[in-house]
Design a protein around this ligand. Structure first.
Ligand code: UDP
Length: 478
């Protein structure tokens, strides 16, 4: 092996979904900036959308030690009904291909380690590559990861399954670091399944257990936000790096560059409509509520109508992201509401979310509580109304409302009266209180990614550990 081949080289592989690719690209950029050689492996159909709608090719071309590689998930652009279809295809098609690519040296120098999305730890055959340690990157919050990890215990001690609707407000006990915070309805959504052996539930649990077995766990979070949970997790896993919020971390490190690239990088899979920024410019400070349910949630026609009337009745202006196909009905926004929307609000297919949240006209965020959206709202100092739909979102929204006290939880409710009340509460009646706590949290987030901050130090530690790992591998061979 030549000397040059023993420089630290990290293979990064995200799960094929917007929130995952977005945060792992930010991590890739941070690691590239530190001088590590990076291969970013992407599912082909995702990569094609990214290259179509973003500047990733030119943005990363300035790093000589960075390369994109692609691999198929076997679906191409075929639509799938179930999450399990994607998992099956990844197992049967992508996994053997990845093994082959690693064995044949297709990524260049053998990777020092793989930073793998913990949602599909199974994709790396660790027996075939015993010398390449896996770091598991969890794109969800530490609180929801911790909740996932306790599911087997909750089943064992009879706290799960949930016994119907009347059981939903029962408080869950015995979860280290999060005592008496969660009710049944705040557990990850798959806990609502009646069958504890359901494949979806089992997948979530298995991948979580697998993450604990990896060389290290990486979280997009920061100590001031999730300190007690991180300490509890640290007692169960030898090495945890909490290096978030990644988008703020990247921005801080880029600002130190002599000729920085754009400090807000879009990693979107849809064409961004920037016209909404000009629309926002015409509105007074903190007068508009931003509405977005992320990249996966689909809402029914009735739900759309309840949100629409609730927003209009609040008297506030709204900016609403309506992705193509995000309304269950075939015809999109109902014609009778479409015309009236122009009086009160603005609808776009896809927004430059980080910039929208940072705009002075935004006073609140009606969100599905995806983890990226939650962190982006915190950093921008914008209080939230949470309408969680699945996976980690149920837990995130509970923490937003009851632990961090930076928003309100509208979980399991969707009627116009509640929407109106919550919008008025967040933007008027409880504005000072919620705004005060979210701005305090925003300041902590920024401090954590500045030199000497907890996330800054954890990232430095991680980079040093990867360099050390490489040195040890070199010594063993040499
Ligand atoms: N996003 C965006 N424009 C939009 C809506 C969402 O750029 O109009 C981004 C948002 O900034 C976030 C990501 O898409 O980074 C959504 O991730 P999240 O974890 O919040 O939710 P998911 O889509 O995974 O459910």
């Amino acid at each position: 092996m030549e000397n040059g081949e023993m420089e630290p080289h990290v293979l990064i592989f995200p799960f094929p979904a917007q929130g995952h690719v977005n945060s792992m690209l930010k991590l890739a950029e941070l690691l590239t900036l530190s001088g590590l050689r990076i291969t970013f492996l992407n599912i082909l159909r995702i990569h094609q959308k990214l290259t179509l709608h973003t500047d990733i090719q030119s943005r990363f071309s300035r790093f000589p030690n960075f390369q994109f590689q692609t691999i198929t998930d076997g679906l191409d652009n075929r639509l799938i009904d179930k999450f399990s279809d994607l998992i099956d295809s990844l197992k049967s098609i992508t996994m053997p291909l990845l093994k082959q690519m690693l064995l044949s040296g297709e990524f260049g120098p053998t990777p020092t380690c793989i930073i793998l999305d913990g949602l599909f730890n199974f994709i790396v055959d660790v027996d075939a590559h015993p010398n390449i340690p896996v770091f598991s990157f969890r794109t969800i919050s530490a609180c929801s990861f911790s909740a996932y990890s306790f599911v087997p215990k909750l089943i064992e001690d009879g706290q799960l399954p949930i016994k119907g609707e009347e059981d939903m407000d029962r408080i869950i006990s015995g979860m280290g670091g999060m005592e008496n915070v969660l009710r049944c309805r705040d557990l990850p959504s798959f806990c609502r399944l009646e069958d504890p052996f359901d494949p979806g539930l089992q997948h979530g649990v298995t991948q979580t257990i697998q993450s604990f077995k990896s060389r290290a766990l990486i979280f997009n979070t920061f100590n001031d936000l999730e300190g007690p949970i991180l300490s509890s997790l640290r007692s169960r896993c030898s090495n945890i790096y909490a290096i978030g919020p990644l988008h703020a971390h990247l921005k801080t490190r880029l600002s130190g560059e002599i000729s920085p690239a754009s400090s807000v990088s879009s990693n979107g899979l849809w064409e961004v409509d920037r016209s909404c920024l000009a629309w926002l410019d015409d509105h007074p400070p903190k007068s508009v509520i931003y509405v977005s349910f992320g990249s996966v949630v689909v809402i029914g026609d009735d739900q759309f109508r309840e949100f629409w009337h609730g927003l209009v009745n609040s008297g506030k202006r709204f900016l609403w992201v309506m992705r193509p196909n995000s309304l269950a009905g075939k015809d999109g926004v109902p014609a009778d509401l479409k015309e009236k929307t122009n009086e009160r609000g603005y609808i776009v297919d896809w927004a430059p979310q980080e910039e929208v949240l940072a705009h002075k006209a935004i006073g609140a965020f009606l969100t599905h509580s995806g983890w990226n959206s939650t962190l982006e709202s915190i950093v921008a100092g914008v209080p939230m109304i949470c309408w969680p739909q699945f996976a980690d979102q149920q837990t995130n929204s509970r923490y937003v409302s009851d632990v961090w006290k930076i928003g309100l939880d509208m979980k399991d409710v969707c009627n116009r009266e509640t929407v109106t009340k919550m919008v008025n509460d967040v933007m008027e009646n409880r504005k000072n209180e919620l705004m005060g706590s979210v701005i305090e949290m925003a300041e902590s987030a920024i401090t954590s990614v500045e030199e000497g901050g907890s996330s800054y130090c954890d990232l430095e530690r991680m980079i040093n550990d990867i360099r050390l790992l490489c040195k040890r591998q070199r010594d063993t061979i040499g």
